[in-house]
Design a protein around this ligand. Structure first.
Ligand code: NBP
Length: 474
């Protein structure tokens, strides 16, 4: 009986498309789903796309896989993933591999990897980005797990991933939870990117007085330049769309309350634990949160604001482009800082440049811009921040006057721009000779004897604030 090279269990939209992608690439694929109607539907609808080996039971499914077995789990993240692992692990043998392609938290992946390692089974937490279209036509894949498991899985995953200039958008990220960690940060950056675009739209609308269709044209133009990306492209499409029922711009009939599934929040929570400043991502998560507080917003609508004035002049759109580009650099700099901090904390040895390379295609943040990031890490793999890469330093330097003007305009006319503003504040914090953190340290020492270090000599010190204010060594 023909064996399958790989199997997919969990055949909702993602699993089904991933299985089809594998089959279309000539890999015989075993397919299984808790509710077997999905398995049947897949084979009935798409059976002619390749070799599918449908299985009704976990035992049948596992028996149809060649060894070492490669088993991809594409079920709802959380308890369902644990349930599926519990069900399948006893049927596996040492050397077999379970790949979790769902959006798991990296800490869960670490736990699952350690537990399965005890049984000799490789557990690979693989971040997969690109949504259902990506899963079918080529996603960006971020597999973690052991190097040994990547030897057996890598060629298959690279085969079905997106390609940019012939290079697969898939690379081994690092051990245990590294893949899901990088996918999490990818999503955090995606939040930030989307928020910056949304603020740019809002400013073009309310400060420059442009209509959505006109702004769509601005975004189309931007998409031919350095901002070229999937997100800018779809922004133009959404803004150009007219609601069929009302004839109004689509963006004007959509309820302005953004939702989230949690990976942005995880990125910020993890950054807080690691002590990494990711203000751009945090503001993006909070902006969605603010938008969703309908009662709070309704109660606050009468709060006084400035008398709104539009900013005349066609050059404003150019200024917004500069502010957006500079802020985007900051967003990615913050995200990559988090990846490097996570890598150091967990001993993953992640190649940051390679992550930029595999995000160039297949995923939601795909953009020509990522080639620049790859080049920056190629020039200096240990750069503390992308902002000091000569290309980015120059780009932000050139943009900064316009960036400041845009942020000032937003403040002046009362259009919220938390993403653009926090990015600028981060930039100015990094370039400051002295930060007011010195005063913060003084306050902490005053009220809590938390001590401080001095600029002019070693050691830890405390001032006797309640006494004669002499300084003592702590
Ligand atoms: P869903 O996240 O909607 O999950 C549905 C699948 O989980 C079905 O196959 C369902 O089986 C199965 N399942 C559940 Br729910 N509980 C189960 C259990 N206890 N035992 C066995 N199977 C169980 O599917 P999806 O949208 O295709 O996403 C799959 C994964 O990929 C998720 O982790 C998601 O976060 C991730 N992801 C999704 C996207 C996207 O764009 N949708 C993008 C990237 C990653 P049933 O048919 O029997 O109910």
């Amino acid at each position: 009986m023909e064996k399958a090279r790989i199997g997919v269990t969990g055949l909702a939209v993602m699993g089904r498309n991933l299985a089809r992608n594998l089959a279309r690439h000539g890999h015989p694929v075993a397919v299984h789903n808790r509710t077997s109607a999905r398995t049947k539907a897949l084979v009935e609808q798409f059976g002619d796309e390749g070799t599918f080996l449908p299985a009704d039971t976990p035992e049948e499914f596992v028996a149809s896989l060649e060894r070492p077995r490669r088993l991809v789990v594409m079920v709802k993240a959380g308890a369902p993933t644990d349930a599926v692992i519990e069900e399948f692990a006893p049927l596996l043998e040492p050397g077999d591999m379970i790949v979790d392609g769902g959006n798991a938290h990296f800490a869960d992946t670490r736990r699952r990897e350690a537990a399965l390692r005890e049984r000799g089974v490789h557990f690979v937490g693989a971040g997969i980005s690109g949504g259902e279209e990506g899963a079918l036509h080529g996603p960006s894949i971020m597999p973690g797990g052991s190097a040994e498991s990547y030897e057996a899985l890598g060629p298959l995953l690279e085969d079905i991933s997106a390609k940019v200039d012939g290079d697969p958008c898939c690379a081994h990220v690092g051990p245990d939870g590294a893949g899901h960690f990088v996918k999490m940060v990818h999503n955090g950056i995606e939040y930030s990117d989307m928020q910056l675009i949304a603020e740019s739209y809002d400013l073009l609308r309310h400060a420059a007085g442009l209509a959505p269709a006109e702004i769509a044209e601005v975004f189309r133009t931007w998409n031919t330049g350095r901002l070229e990306s999937y997100l800018i492209e779809i922004t133009a499409e959404v803004l150009a769309h007219t609601d069929a029922a009302t004839g109004k711009p689509f963006v004007d009939v959509v309820l302005d309350q953004a939702e989230q599934k949690g990976t942005g929040r995880w990125t910020v929570q993890t950054a807080l634990d690691l002590g990494v400043p990711v203000g751009g991502i945090a503001e993006a998560v909070f902006a969605r949160s603010v938008s969703g507080h309908a009662d709070l917003r309704a109660a606050s609508r009468h709060l006084p604001g400035p008398s709104r004035t539009k900013v005349a002049g066609s050059s404003f759109a150019d200024a917004v482009e500069k502010a957006l580009y500079a802020s985007k650099i900051v967003a990615y700099a913050q995200g990559f800082h988090e990846i490097q901090a996570g890598s150091a904390e967990y001993g993953w040895n992640i190649d940051a440049g390679s992550m930029a390379a595999i995000w160039r295609g297949g995923c939601i943040i795909r953009a020509g811009f990522l080639d620049r990031i790859r080049a920056a890490y190629a020039a200096d793999p240990h750069t503390p921040t992308l902002l000091t890469d000569p290309h980015f330093t120059e780009a932000v330097g050139d943009a900064q006057d316009a960036w400041r003007e845009v942020v000032a305009t937003a403040a002046r006319i009362g259009v919220p721009a938390p993403g653009l503003s926090t990015a600028l504040a981060y930039y100015d914090s990094l370039r400051a000779d002295r930060l007011p953190a010195a005063l913060t340290q003084g306050q902490r020492d005053y009220f809590g004897a938390h001590t401080y270090r001095r600029t002019d000599r070693e050691g830890t010190h405390h001032t006797l604030w309640g006494g004669d204010r002499t300084e003592v060594d702590a």
